[in-house]
Design a protein around this ligand. Structure first.
Ligand code: ATP
Ligand code: MG
Length: 490
């Protein structure tokens, strides 16, 4: 173990937010050891701005709770730790851990429970990378380095502590962390890791909960170097484990969206990780729509069902939270609305809660060479910057063109019918369509529903739609066009 002077590592308390000093000071005052550890120390030493600060102590979660009282909540089962609130900030405070007991690992070597308290010397070997295992005591102005991590910082090397094969078996998520840190810090991966980081090893990720994998995928999307990590995900075979149905190739749309995401983060704009999921799964969604369309399903219904299908399949790998799923389906549905808006609803649409995301998505499609947007991405882009007079003029122009093309396709509709619905935009996604996570009780009259809610049938094979599927009963019928209200979704 070597004790480094914090000041020689470029560290000083002035760089630290008051909330982390508050946590360290409170624990010290109560008689415990307390350090800042992990990404906060690593990033500061590399001259980067840390995302957050994690603390570690010899106090057990119950003792941490005693120190902070109602400001503290103990969370986690597999990995118990304390969440301490300081103002609006949340700080993770972990307790030093000793090696796990044999009885709490799975047959494949995965650690199922890791709540065996220990000393700082035992704790550092439990951490993943050397550069994440430096303990900074800001009041003493020291950094405890047990594994010569300072060398790895200087040579920009990502080195796992211990035997990499074993460390991946203990926790396969470390494979994703390897790629995340290599991309984020622009570090090279230690050859010892490369030796064992094979496509076979990535199969271990199948045993990781899809909830945890979603969290990790979010971190990958939001670290600011998505464009750099995507080819790495493919190269190391992680892509197939995370997005089983998405071909392992980065098309122009995905690449542009990744670059755009990184740029937004760079300039401090917010990003919604679900947006990138919408991009990744877009082609699958379109293919699924085509399958339903070929079966004669009404377009709006086909899109709704296709969206549910695609997200359901993705859930076998990463469980996207319900609100994010709704967001994704709304962005997809917006594509249809923006492509062919009712003239009376254009202004309303541009103020819709999902307009911005839908428009960004369409513009990205268009800029990456997708001609099916018919230039509407740029049209909306221009529209937003116009005065009211100009808006009225372009809407009139759009209306005339629209009627012309409709007459051409013999689908003449009285605009009077449209004005009746112009003050309202139909919901993009019907909440009743949301998939149920809890298995529903089988209803004998709905055989397809039973299948859907049975986890054994979670994987719907492409192109196989059950003959009883209610969607197939909704065939296109010849309608009296005078009594039909044509919306963009029909
Ligand atoms: P960042 O917060 O910038 O994403 P980080 O290194 O702080 O990076 P966290 O997930 O916040 O990552 O974890 C804090 C610390 O906990 C890590 O630095 C590492 O020491 C330890 N740690 C986290 N996940 C693991 C893991 N799967 N295996 C071993 N140690 C881990
Ligand atoms: Mg952290």
């Amino acid at each position: 173990m070597q004790t480094l002077h914090a000041s020689k590592c470029g560290l000083s308390t002035t760089q630290l937010p008051s909330y982390i000093l508050d946590v360290i000071d409170s624990l010290t005052k109560a008689g415990y050891e307390a350090y800042i550890v992990g990404g906060g120390v690593r990033d500061l030493m590399l001259g980067l701005t840390p995302k957050d600060f994690d603390a570690v102590t010899n106090a057990t979660p119950a003792q941490i709770k005693e120190v902070f009282g109602r400001r503290c909540r103990i969370i986690g089962r597999r990995f118990e730790l304390a969440h301490v609130y300081s103002g609006r900030e949340l700080i993770e405070v972990a307790t030093f851990r000793a090696p796990p007991k044999k009885s709490v690992t799975s047959a494949a070597g995965m650690i199922l429970r890791d709540n065996n308290w220990g000393t700082i010397e035992q704790d550092f070997v439990r951490r993943d990378f050397s550069i994440n295992a430096m303990y900074y005591q800001p009041r003493k102005g020291v950094v405890l380095d047990f594994c010569n991590a300072i060398d790895d910082i200087q040579t920009k090397t990502l080195r796992l502590l211990g035997d990499p094969k074993l460390r991946f078996e203990e926790d396969p998520v470390r494979m994703l962390r390897t790629l995340r840190f290599a991309a984020k810090l622009n570090f090279s991966i230690d050859p010892e890791i490369l030796k064992v980081f094979t496509p076979e090893a990535t199969l271990l990720l199948r045993d990781v909960s899809p909830h945890r994998l979603y969290d990790e995928s979010q971190k990958l999307f939001t670290m600011g170097h998505l464009n750099r990590v995507l080819p790495m995900l493919i190269e190391f075979g992680i892509w197939q484990q995370l997005f089983a149905e998405v071909p392992a190739e980065i098309n122009q749309f995905i690449e542009r969206a990744a670059r755009n995401t990184d740029q937004r983060i760079q300039v401090g704009k917010t990003i919604n990780p679900a947006f990138f999921y919408a991009v990744l799964l877009w082609e699958q969604f379109l293919a699924r729509c085509d399958i339903y369309a070929a079966k004669g399903v009404v377009a709006a219904e086909a899109r709704a069902q296709a969206g549910l299908d695609v997200l359901k399949r993705q859930a076998t790998r990463t469980i996207i939270p319900r609100f994010a799923e709704t967001f994704i389906r709304e962005v997809w549905e917006m594509q249809t609305r923006l492509l062919n808006p009712k003239p009376q609803q254009i202004e309303l649409l541009s103020n819709h809660a999902r307009f911005r995301a839908g428009f960004d998505f369409m513009l990205l499609r268009e800029k990456s060479g997708d001609e099916s947007t018919q230039g509407m991405g740029s049209w909306w882009d221009n529209y937003q910057n116009m005065s009211m007079d100009e808006k009225e003029r372009v809407i009139g122009q759009y209306n005339r063109q629209r009627n012309k093309s409709r007459r051409k396709s013999n689908a003449v509709v009285e605009d009077v019918t449209e004005s009746k619905v112009s003050s309202m935009i139909e919901p993009l996604v019907k909440e009743s369509e949301s998939r149920s996570r809890r298995p529903r009780k089988p209803a004998p009259s709905q055989p397809y529903e039973n299948k859907r809610s049975n986890p054994a049938h979670a994987r719907v094979e492409s192109g196989t739609i059950h003959a009883d599927h209610p969607i197939l009963k909704r065939k296109r019928v010849k309608r009296d066009l005078n009594s039909v209200v044509f919306g963009p979704t029909q």
